[in-house]
Design a protein around this ligand. Structure first.
Ligand code: NAD
Ligand code: PRE
Length: 313
């Protein structure tokens, strides 16, 4: 625990997987003089009191942010604007206001509409999670050795960006700064599209006529089992992600469908060389990610993204 916490009062809004992980990390590391938290679900607030997720659980968003020097909205991206509206008039001048949403441009737009000019708004996205949600699912180590991407708007105060960078670094994250629109393109291919594929394939398996659901469950080893984990992710969160990052996801989906057509054609034409060449290339990508470790995986995804957009041009 540091003698003087970097923040006098941190307010967390939303106590699901990410909010409760932040709460546990902030408490363990002593990052706030006082931690105040809230959630719009009374059941979640009651559970947060029971498991002592904060020094104080406030009844609503407005009272939670009073006198806080760091406020973090940990809610589905579709309600980020509503949260900004509910806290705008109650923020302390000079406070840093941030979020953890999986999409950045839409959150930047929705929250900026309501937030006053006398605070520092710096959106963020910890690229770390699980398929679980709710206040019991969080853990303090979630962000350790994972990326956290900050997308400060043009003209953001460098000192506020540095302070938020220090906060995420204290939680163990590697911080990267990016434009919101670029973040949304990169994450469309590295996170959003994989989730869409998982949701699709698990649904497809469930709808087959000649293969029963019990056979799917019984024989789902390896690959399919991994897809079922991802497809168990929170429906509200992912509905909001796809609607909020519509353009980038549709762009990546178009490229993906072209590539899938090429592989489909290779199978239909018994073109073993094309299949072998493709699988050899993808194996090398996986081995590259594993050998450089998690710390350097994200820049690699960036290069893959550049290659994809070049191809689409
Ligand atoms: N789950 C992940 O893997 C993951 C990873 C990184 C970022 N994120 C992002 O983090 C955010 C939160 O995701 P999560 O997984 O913690 O979700 P979650 O469903 O576990 O928790 C969200 C919480 O927000 C509360 N909430 C909803 N609307 C609210 C409002 N208007 N005011 C106050 N509270 C409200 C809900 O009651 C819920 O407890 C999302 O924007 C998501 O995109 C999620
Ligand atoms: O590991 C998982 O369960 C995740 O899906 C985490 C994951 C991801 O796609 O990597 C999901 C969404 C977030 O915005 C960040 C992280």
């Amino acid at each position: 625990m540091s003698a003087t916490p970097p923040f006098k009062r941190i307010a967390l809004i939303g106590l699901g997987l990410i909010g409760s992980s932040l709460a546990r990390g902030i408490q363990q590391l002593g990052l706030a003089g006082e931690l105040v938290a809230t959630d719009n679900s009374a059941a979640v607030r009651a559970r947060a009191v029971e498991i002592k997720l904060a020094d104080r659980i406030a009844d609503d968003n407005a009272s939670a942010v009073k006198d806080a020097d760091l406020v973090i909205a940990c809610v589905p991206v579709g309600v980020a604007g509503d949260v900004a509206k509910s806290i705008a008039a109650h923020l302390a001048p000079g406070a840093i206001v941030s979020d953890v949403g999986s999409v950045k441009a839409s959150v930047l737009h929705a929250m900026s509409e309501y937030l006053p000019d006398n605070i520092h708004f710096i959106p963020a996205h910890p690229v770390a999670g699980t398929e679980n949600s709710g206040p019991d699912s969080g853990f303090a180590e979630l962000f350790s050795n994972r990326w956290c991407i900050l997308t400060p708007p043009d003209g953001a105060d460098p000192a506020a960006v540095e302070k938020l960078t220090g906060f995420w670094a204290a939680l163990g994250a590697n911080v990267e700064i990016m434009q919101a629109a670029h973040h949304d393109l990169v994450l469309a291919v590295t996170s959003h599209l994989p989730h869409l594929i998982a949701y699709t394939i698990v649904g497809t398996a469930d709808e087959l006529e000649d293969v029963t659901r019990s056979e799917v469950l019984k024989f789902s080893a390896g690959g399919f089992r991994d897809f079922t984990r991802i497809a168990a992710s929170d429906p509200t969160m992912w509905r909001d992600v796809f609607l909020a990052n519509k353009d980038a996801v549709l762009e990546m989906l178009g490229t993906f469908q072209e590539d899938l057509s090429k592989l489909t054609r290779a199978i239909r034409r018994d073109d073993g060389d094309a299949l072998f060449e493709h699988f050899t290339r993808t194996r090398a990508i996986r081995r590259g990610i594993v050998s450089i470790g998690q710390d350097e995986a994200a820049p690699d995804f960036g290069r893959k993204h550049q290659a994809l957009t070049k191809k689409a041009d």
